[in-house]
Design a protein around this ligand. Structure first.
Ligand SMILES: Cc1cc2nc3c(=O)[nH]c(=O)nc-3n(C[C@H](O)[C@H](O)[C@H](O)COP(=O)(O)OP(=O)(O)OC[C@H]3O[C@@H](n4cnc5c(N)ncnc54)[C@H](O)[C@@H]3O)c2cc1C
Ligand code: FES
Length: 497
């Protein structure tokens, strides 16, 4: 079972090496916080360039969203080109597309250089027409994509689907096993003397002076670093700025046995909002989708909807093998934030807002951030700049932040349950106690009781019955049944009551 979440993804049988937690104060040139694909990819690049690097992970390497992804490697951007061109000029979208295209090559180069066996395969990707598109709009999408330099073809009938649906074919996309890939990079960085700590949660980061950083761990040790790179999926160093520019979403995935091995191996996505994403893993079909804002769960069961949709679309699937969920951060203008952290502090970098493109974004970050550190410039840096103005993403900024503001009305709403008897074993519920709320988790023989006030900016957490966690609807912080923080932006646990 995952150490943070209750469900298990298709990858979690991959064994990664274990590393000790920090046992004394340490000093390094570069400290990277977060041992997912982003942190590991940047550590690899910085070590190749000869820097003294330390990688610090709160739980286990790969235990974040990198272990819960579906690992399509694609430059078919998550939002259609038509939508992107409403928010950005042609040149920006061209660079965004080109960066993701080159990122697939970068990953392939690393695999070849380090001889990593991670089931990497080049294959075609198809965007197929959902109920929100018609043929005319598909053709407009072709035009928009070509204007931005994308290579694609219009296809009358997309493979694998029951329905005869048109779509767009993007050649030369790829897929791989993300945990086997980072395992290969870890092997390489160990040979280059990168120090790796697991079980080491950073609870505070502050500037020692104008040039250097001090990081404090839960266990009371200190790391002094010249450069700090925060690769924690959503930045835990940044209290406001980035969290008003991206939103946390839960997304769901399932794998199905198939009646016979497919002759056509490809990647698929549709144009729906939220969209569905499909690929094969070890012969099983993996289908994802049903995204919703974190901590704002819909009334229906997302897995039931996903399964119904999958059975309508694919006649060759049989029983369900895996079901799991994960968290993605959607930037309001659709482009991730990679580069210098907004604010006055020096020598601190972030990579976040990767949405469903986190694999390629990690490769992009592994080029932009080292180049910014060394030369203060990279050709893609302006497009991904975390300090950029939002431009036409402003409308979404207002809508999404009004949604956050509405979540604070939970402070005055009544209890979810009137007595503890209503909370089933292995379930959770909120009870009003005075001016605030308390969350109760029903363990086998007792109740775990904590303040329901999120330690980031005071949202009221909600029970996530699928992963058995307390999730904050404001910016996506998550806590386990004992109130321990398992995902930022919060850095500390729920308070005792
Ligand atoms: C179901 C699903 C499907 C997806 N499909 C795709 C896809 O097909 N293609 C694609 O490109 N992307 C996809 N994504 C997105 C992609 O998986 C993520 O964007 C990517 O894995 C993020 O990697 P990361 O290294 O930035 O973050 P993570 O893998 O989450 O790693 C961050 C690490 O930081 C650690 N950390 C956090 N706080 C601290 C702290 N205070 N101290 C120390 N360590 C800390 C965490 O424990 C974690 O291990 C999908 C995501 C999901 C959930
Ligand atoms: S995550 Fe920001 S208030 Fe909870």
């Amino acid at each position: 079972m995952s150490i943070k979440d209750r469900t298990e993804s298709v990858w979690e049988q991959v064994q990664l090496p274990y590393f000790d937690s920090i046992k004394n104060n340490q000093k390094t040139e570069i400290c990277i916080v977060g041992g997912g694909i982003t942190g590991v990819s940047i550590a690899y690049e910085m070590a190749l360039r000869g820097y003294k690097v330390m990688l610090v992970e709160a739980f286990r390497i790969g235990s974040g969203q990198t272990g819960r992804t579906t690992a399509h490697l694609t430059c078919q951007l998550e939002e259609q080109f038509l939508e992107l061109l409403k928010m950005h000029d042609e040149e920006t979208v061209r660079v965004f597309y080109e960066a993701h295209r080159k990122a697939i090559d970068l990953i392939e180069e690393n695999i070849l250089k380090e001889n990593i066996s991670c089931d990497f395969k080049r294959l075609d990707g198809y965007l197929f027409q959902g109920t929100n598109f018609n043929q005319e709009k598909m053709w407009k999408e072709v035009e928009a994509a070509r204007k931005c330099g994308a290579e694609l073809e219009y296809i009358e009938t997309v493979p694998l689907l029951n329905d005869e649906l048109p779509g767009l074919c993007f050649k030369n996309q790829a897929q791989f096993n993300p945990l086997k890939y980072i395992s290969g990079l870890i092997k390489a960085i160990r040979k280059m003397d990168v120090t790796i700590y697991e079980g080491t949660h950073i609870q505070d980061m502050r500037q020692e002076d104008r040039e250097n950083w001090i990081l404090l761990t839960d266990s009371g040790y200190q790391i002094n670093a010249h450069q700090l790179i925060v690769a924690t999926n959503t930045p835990v160093n940044n209290r406001f700025h980035i969290h008003t520019r991206q939103s946390a979403y839960r997304t769901y995935a399932m794998s199905f046995k198939v009646t016979s091995p497919s002759t056509e191996n490809c990647l698929l996505w549709d144009t729906e909002d939220p969209y569905h994403y499909i690929r094969f893993v070890d012969g099983a079909l993996v289908v994802g989708g049903e995204d919703h804002r974190t901590g704002q769960a819909p009334d229906h069961d997302p897995f039931a909807l996903l399964e119904t949709w999958a059975r309508q679309k694919f006649s060759f699937i049989t029983e369900v093998i895996h079901k799991w969920s994960g968290q993605v951060f959607e930037p309001m203008d659709q482009i991730g934030f990679i580069g210098r952290n907004p604010g006055l502090e020096k020598n601190v970098y972030i990579s976040t807002g990767e949405s469903g493109l986190g694999m390629t974004s990690a490769a992009i970050a592994s080029k932009i951030i080292p180049d910014l550190i060394e030369n203060n410039t990279h050709p893609w840096a302006a497009v991904f700049d975390p300090t950029r103005p939002l431009g036409s993403g402003l409308k979404d900024f207002v809508i999404e932040n009004l949604n956050v503001a509405r979540q604070y009305t939970d402070w005055i709403t009544p209890s979810e349950v009137t007595s503890l008897d209503e909370i089933p074993v292995d379930g959770g519920g909120l009870i009003r106690e005075g001016v605030t709320k308390t969350c109760f988790y029903h363990d086998a023989d007792h109740f775990e009781k904590k303040s329901a006030v999120c330690t980031h900016l005071g949202g009221i957490v909600h029970w996530n019955d699928i992963e058995k966690t307390w999730d904050c609807p404001c910016h996506g912080s998550r806590f386990n049944t004992k109130g321990k923080v398992i995902e930022g932006p919060s850095l500390s646990d729920l308070m005792e009551k």
